[in-house]
Design a protein. Sequence first.
Length: 661
Amino acid sequence: MKKIFEGLVVLIIFSFTVFLHAAWAEEKTDRPIPEEGGVFSLGEVVVTGEAAEEVTTVDVVNREQIDLTTSNNVSEALNTLPGVFISVGNKNERNFNVRGFNERYVPVLYDGIPIYVPNDGYVDTGKLPTGNISQITVTKGVSSVLYGPNTMGGVINIVSKKPVERFEGNASVEYSQEDTWNTTLNLGSKLDKFYITAGGGYVNSDGFRLSDDFTPTENENGGTRDNSDSKQWNGAFKAGFTPAEGQEFAVGVNHVKSEWGLPPNAYDERPRYWRFTDWKKTTYYFIGDSRITDGLTAKVRAFHDTYFNVLDSYDDDTYSAETMRYAFHSTYDDYSNGGSLVLQAKYIPRNTLGFSFHYKQDVHREQDDYGADWERYESKILSYGLEDAIQVTETVSAVVGASYDVQKPEYANGGPLRDDDTSFNPQAGINWSVLKDTTLYASVGKKTRFPTLLELYSGLFDRNVPNPNLKKEEAVNYEAGVRQNLPLKTFAEFNLYYSDVKNLIVSKELPSGDDQFQNVGKARYQGFEVNLNTGFVPRNDIRLSYTYLDAGDKSPNSKTGHLEETPKHKFYVSDLFKLNDLISLFGKVMWYSKQWYEDADTEEWKTLDGFWTADAKIIANLTKSLSVEAGAKNIFDKNYQLSYGFPREGRTFFGVVRFAF
């Protein structure tokens, strides 16, 4: 009955969308079909192409690329970029690192608003749907101080859509193996000075299928991955008002609700039987952009972000009883309040002076088990930024800036509080248009990350000793690169990067056998990236990138110098071949080299095998607003894992229907 109901819901959405499409086409036959929506410019912090972004590497995934690569969540979209590596571990959450820096160092923003979890600084990008996204901007290296604090490894800003027509929308229905449904519907309208958007999505999956090459173990017999099922609902609403030129204001809310299983480690002698039985994240926000004078603009953001989850640990693989000593019912009930002000002034000729203020209050509340006492922890972060973008000559521009950041502990479950921690972070960069189609750029800057509430205070179910005196981590990031427009519709970019990190926070084992987060580490991340986009082959759009990452633990007591989840090589290539106006073929190949991991039982460093995967699909553009796709991911059924003991998807066939109206 349940599956019949879900099928009816999908059918209703499908039928409703077809009806709207048919009615609109009949009434407006001479009207060109609009794009699926414009970029919500209020959601941009620093516009790509401005001087502050031209002195470092910025990658953008637009709406077309999201659909082309069948990226249903932000994690899948990020995985198509150079320098970005994805991992999926024991919580079945999709984490990433950018040039070796994981999510704690690269905050995720949604329309400029931080959405990372208060307790540990992470956000599962696999739970962020792409249905209402216009673009994803990844700024690496020395990102602008206007983005705010904790941008030690860069920043990712997800920008939503904005309607451009009186009535528009898009919808999609995707079905893949293991009875996986993914449906989206987004509607928008722009009426004179007002606009409004609303949308949502639903995902339901029995799990994912393992490769036929996977060798069954005691914890995993192959076929459909044990406890890999998931269900998710998401919705978004935004209303905006543009009273005059240079004035725009918007309010909105984004909500994601999910529940999913955490597959056990396939090789662990004592596997975990965990499920997220509840997971909710809701963000309420206001954004305002105002031109105060001809030379002064102000952008204001205010938000309230909530995060709630329930993680259940069960006795065995029936996932029914919680009676054993290791079983628990853990609840997090967190929230963040904050806002920002960015002023930009152009009173001085050839200068754009920017000032930013960011404020964020993080509150973490947890209950480790039924009947246990609730714990509460709170901290605040403030950041003051000043930046000047200078047009030195017609071909040379420079950016100099600095931020002063403060972390203020506010409450530690009744325990003593440490003093405030502060950091001063200067940076500078230059951009030189050597020739008409050749641009050189370089930057250097100091960046900081403050410890999270988890690192400061968490006992991690009595396995960790809190360390409220942790210091901030610091890095000096260097980068140099060249952008080159070439003949035959070709663009190439090459960059070198180097990051020197000190006071790295790592988990160390104490003489008592417990663990503790300590500032004992040093690290170095260095390498280069090559990015090439070309249309030199007729009817083909080819994208190619290569990343070399040399990541090393340079701590005095490091025995091996290895760091986890940092493959040395990543290669990506894709091609869109337009057979004719009706049919297109798309394929992509990705290769990760081997990577190191530390065996939790033996504390020995071992390697995960490298792997490559290939995806392919056929696209039929039946009309300007209707397309049908069919294809397969991992078409050669490669058996691979991104973290030890957690094998990933084998060959998966899928079909998609997309509409735009």
